[in-house]
Design a protein around this ligand. Structure first.
Ligand SMILES: [Zn+2]
Length: 984
């Protein structure tokens, strides 16, 4: 009874508790709070809102979001008379990019004039000596303060808010004196898309109880983390490629301001301390000496500021300065004194350290802002000396005693207008002066393979880029073919490789733009030729989208132009039947390249009156021309339109695999190429779901770099069935390696270590057959002889196996060579001009090589690009043909044993030398290992095909030569190398 009476009340009470069940209090973790004042004893203009009041929480207590940062900067700009907020771009996800100019009244009131003076100061040709000296004495130094280019490196942006507020509202003499001498530009958040992506991960993994374990998800995030931008590009590598809108906006902004000091802030491993410049070797040889000198001075001053607080720091160690595309190296090459901050990454809350202490997020913010303020103060007190050095350096760059000997890069005009335009666009964006040869001229110099050229005739229209210009050092660093690191660095690197099995190289070692972009360039050891004229327009006139629109036969888009591949893909998406030529051809007296796209009226009868409009629209979108041809008759042996050389394409239905274990950069670059450059629809899949994915929806699958045998174990069977039914599988790097193994793989391509020993003969034969097929000229007298020959002369290597060595020995040697594999080097790949995959390539293609995958193709597998270009050697060429006369064949046999040892697993044919390394560090042991290996392989499996790339062809969105091969693979593949049934 009593129970019955009480029960309703009890239930009510329980329900009430359930509604507002209180969260448990956070555990007390001693040391979590960091109470140091950021700017002790400072006074502020009360009409400028504090960051705390805009954020709604104490600045530095947790990472601010993009919107909060934007809010603070807008508030500062609207209330502080010292600020101007400038929009410099938009991210892929639509977030606006800003920088804030903070300056004295006097400077802020004349910003446009100031920028004009700064531009004059950065180009001594535009000012007299007196004017230049006077500007050096009077101009403010411009400090560019840039934060958080990596979206999961949080503390810099919060420090930027504190620094901006202090400079915008501080009334103390420290601020007013500083702004008398400096203009401070703050870019608070260089990668908003990445930061908000990481903050979403933090929010998802947020706990009530403090999480100070840097291995927990709150701190680490999940694939692909927040480091990169939307398409997963590392923008701290993009300064020399400018493939991303964030970078492009920044390049324009920096060119407008010509800063004298350029700081960029990062975070590194959470258990580390704090790093700043100077860097250690390898240092790019183009770095200006005065900048190196100032880096040391700034470092001493910053060290003192940290010592005063007992904070730990270091410089050098892992930080090299070889690659010119980091923010710091790029800005230093422009002439600014650079700095780089790397704070231990706390993420949020705090991180427990090895010694048991906590480093809180707020402390990490504090270190970033103390560094920023110390450097700004040091710059202010050394303004005149820094400016004088800046001017002296610029005068040297344009004067007769330049520290870089005057030379000129010459780039041949090309029918690949899309590629040429990309190159010109980058040159303009970087602020380089480009000229064009008004008439043809003759010059000597060297080509990209390091070959001397003598009296070569350069046609009118050749692009000329002289190093004698204000940005000489950056220009040279980006374009030069083959910079060398100092000998001591080679010694140190080799010792580390041998002693510890690790490299001291932080990034790639070769990047030369004419190679990565694959434009035909030459280095001329002279100043600007007299035939040069200023190239005023960096943008080529857009091509007419169509000629002879009334043709009754076909439209042809020339395959030389990279955009022809995108055109094919987009036409197929719009329901147009498209063909591609696998050989060069000639209609209407006009020559067309291999890979040209052909749209026939007959194929598209169903589209009737719409066809012309569809083709014309696609060509207009891509700035290419569809040429109406009035005949399909090819003169002589050249292909006719109705023959086998115009192959019908199938619309690609593309899927690309991402997420773990795929390498985010490789995925991102392929994603960007398909979605943003080619503009094609695709599906983006989770690799871990591969066994459960209905693959029949697609006819092209892309597996970027990163997968291993374990991760693909359950996917191999469905992949094999899918390929056999007509699919085109494109795999890259380690993922390609999985398909090239004996046990798990598909097809006949193998990795080098698996076939050492007797099996190697097959792979050698493939190399020899390919080459001999290109070189052969049979001797008719021998062919039509009635008697069998007295002797068959075999080509190089055939029947001359050097595998006397035991397999074990070979494996041991290969393991030794493997120690020296390159970390990003540019190699020459010889191109098979009979493969549809290499349409658009020249006789060789420069390619970026890194990673451990070395692919070998037996004769049943095609290798459209192999490592190493065969260059005619100076020695008298010997006849190598099996059926050709060879008077000295016997002598050759005798000499075989004392000839020099066979390099690698095969060699160069007699009369040729191999050119392999183009730019960057390639140890001879690695060169020996890589020579003649396949860069890309293609083999049929059932009705489908397997295409393997040994290394990433879409590298950083900038490897335009090899990206073309990848684009060919995915757009042309379903029609060219695979077959799908006719659907009755
Ligand atoms: Zn970073």
């Amino acid at each position: 009874m009593l129970l019955a009476a009480l029960a309703p009340a009890l239930l009510l009470a329980l329900a009430a508790r359930a509604q507002d069940l209180p969260a448990p209090l956070p555990s007390l973790v001693p040391g979590l709070a960091y109470e140091e004042s950021f700017f002790p004893n400072s006074q502020y203009n009360p009409s400028v809102p504090t960051p705390d009041s805009v954020l709604g929480f104490p600045l530095g207590s947790r990472p601010a979001t993009y919107a909060q940062i934007e809010g603070v900067f807008k508030a500062l700009a609207s209330k502080s008379p010292r600020c101007k907020l400038v929009v410099y771009g938009k991210t892929h996800e639509g977030r606006t990019l800003y920088y804030l100019v903070i300056a004295s009244d006097a400077n802020l009131s004349r910003l446009d004039d100031l920028k004009a003076d700064l531009a004059k100061f950065a180009d001594p040709r535009k000012a007299t000596k007196e004017e230049g000296d006077s500007l050096a004495a009077t101009l403010p130094a411009v400090a560019w303060m840039a934060y958080a280019i990596h979206g999961d490196e949080m503390s810099g942006s919060d420090a930027a808010l504190a620094v901006a507020y202090h400079l915008a509202a501080g009334t103390g003499a420290d601020v007013t004196n500083l702004l008398d001498k400096l203009v401070v530009i703050i870019d608070p958040l260089m990668n908003p898309d990445g930061r908000d992506r990481f903050l979403a991960m933090q929010a998802q993994n947020r706990t009530i109880q403090p999480s100070v374990d840097d291995q927990s998800l709150l701190h680490t995030g999940v694939w692909p983390s927040g480091r990169m931008n939307h398409y997963l590009f590392d923008m701290n590598r993009d300064w020399i490629f400018a493939t991303q809108p964030e970078t492009r906006g920044r390049l324009r902004a920096v060119n407008e301001w010509n800063p004298h000091y350029f700081m960029e802030s990062h975070e590194m491993g959470p258990q580390s301390t704090f790093l700043f410049l100077p860097a250690r070797e390898a240092i790019n040889p183009n770095q200006p000496e005065n900048v190196r000198k100032w880096e040391v001075e700034f470092a001493k001053d910053l060290a003192a500021a940290f010592d005063a607080r007992g904070w730990r720091y270091y410089n050098g160690e892992w930080n090299d300065d070889w690659y010119p595309g980091y923010s710091s190296s790029w800005s230093a090459l422009r002439g600014a004194v650079a700095n780089l901050y790397e704070q231990a990454g706390i993420g949020t809350d705090a991180v427990r350290r090895g010694e048991g202490t906590l480093e809180s997020y707020r402390e990490s913010v504090h270190k970033q802002l103390v560094s920023s303020m110390a450097n700004l103060a040091f710059l202010a007190s050394n303004r005149q000396a820094v400016l004088a050095d800046f001017l002296a350096e610029k005068r040297k760059n344009v004067g007769p005693d330049a520290s870089i000997p005057a030379h000129t890069f010459a780039v041949l005009p090309s029918a690949n207008a899309t590629r040429q335009q990309r190159f010109l666009d980058l040159m303009a964006l970087e602020g380089f002066e480009v000229y064009s040869a008004g008439e043809s001229f003759t010059a000597q110099g060297k080509d990209r393979l390091g070959r001397e050229i003598k009296d070569m005739k350069f046609p009118a229209g050749t692009l000329l880029i002289p190093t004698r210009q204000p940005l000489a050092r950056l220009l040279n660093a980006m374009l030069e073919f083959d910079p060398h690191a100092i000998p001591q660095f080679l010694t140190d690197e080799r010792r580390d490789l041998l002693r510890f099995g690790r490299s001291r190289i932080y990034d790639i070692t070769g990047w030369s733009l004419p190679m990565l972009f694959d434009v035909q360039a030459f280095e001329l050891p002279t100043g600007l030729p007299s035939e040069a004229q200023p190239k005023l327009a960096s943008i080529l006139a857009p091509a007419a989208p169509m000629t002879n629109s009334d043709t009754s036969v076909a439209y042809v888009i020339d395959g030389t132009d990279d955009a022809s591949v995108a055109a094919a893909g987009r036409l197929l998406e719009r329901g147009v039947w498209v063909r591609v030529a696998d050989k060069p051809f000639q209609f209407d007296n006009r020559e067309f390249a291999r890979g040209s796209v052909v749209v026939e009226r007959k194929d598209n009868a169903a589209l009737a009156g719409q066809l012309t409009g569809l083709v014309s629209n696609v060509c207009a979108e891509l700035s290419v021309t569809a040429i109406g041809v009035r005949t399909g008759f090819g003169p002589g042996d050249l292909p006719d339109l109705g023959g086998e050389h115009f192959m019908l394409l199938k619309q690609p239905r593309i899927a690309i695999f991402g997420r773990d274990p795929i390498e985010p950069y490789s995925y991102g670059a392929a994603w960007h190429l398909i979605d943003h450059v080619l503009g094609l629809r695709a599906s983006y899949l989770d690799t871990q779901n591969l066994p459960n994915t209905d693959l029949r929806r697609y006819n092209v699958l892309v597996l970027p770099d990163g997968a291993n045998a374990d991760s693909l174990k359950n996917g191999m069977k469905p992949l094999k069935e899918w390929i056999s039914a007509g699919g085109t599988l494109v795999a890259i790097g380690s993922s390609a390696g999985v398909f090239a193994t004996e046990t798990n793989g598909l097809g006949a391509t193998r990795q080098l270590p698996d076939v050492l020993g007797n099996k190697m003969d097959d792979y050698r034969q493939a190399v020899v057959r390919e080459w001999e097929a290109r070189q052969t000229t049979p001797d008719p007298a021998k062919i039509w002889a009635f008697s069998p020959p007295t002797e068959v002369v075999y080509p190089w290597l055939i029947g001359e196996s050097d595998d006397k060595d035991k397999e074990d020995d070979l494996k041991r040697r290969d393991a030794w060579r493997a120690i020296f594999m390159p970390s990003g080097v540019l190699l020459a790949g010889r191109v098979d001009d009979r493969s549809w995959l290499t349409a658009g390539c020249g006789e060789y293609v420069p390619l970026m090589y890194s990673g451990k995958t070395i692919l070998l193709a037996p004769p049943t597998v095609l290798a459209p690009v192999r490592l190493g270009f065969f260059n005619p050697s100076l020695a008298k060429p010997q006849k190598t043909n099996a059926l050709a006369a060879s008077p000295d064949a016997k002598k050759k046999k005798k000499k075989k044993d004392d000839s020099k040892p066979t390099p690698g697993w095969t060699t160069a044919p007699p009369g040729f030398e191999m050119r392999l390394r183009m730019s960057g560090l390639l140890w001879p042991e690695a060169a020996d290992r890589l020579a003649n290996a396949a860069y890309v392989t293609r083999e049929s499996l059932g009705a489908g095909q397997l295409i393997l790339f040994a290394s990433d062809p879409t590298f950083r969105g900038a490897a335009l030569g090899t990206s073309r091969i990848f684009a060919n693979a995915i757009v042309l593949g379903p029609g060219m190398g695979a077959s799908e049934p006719i659907k009755p």
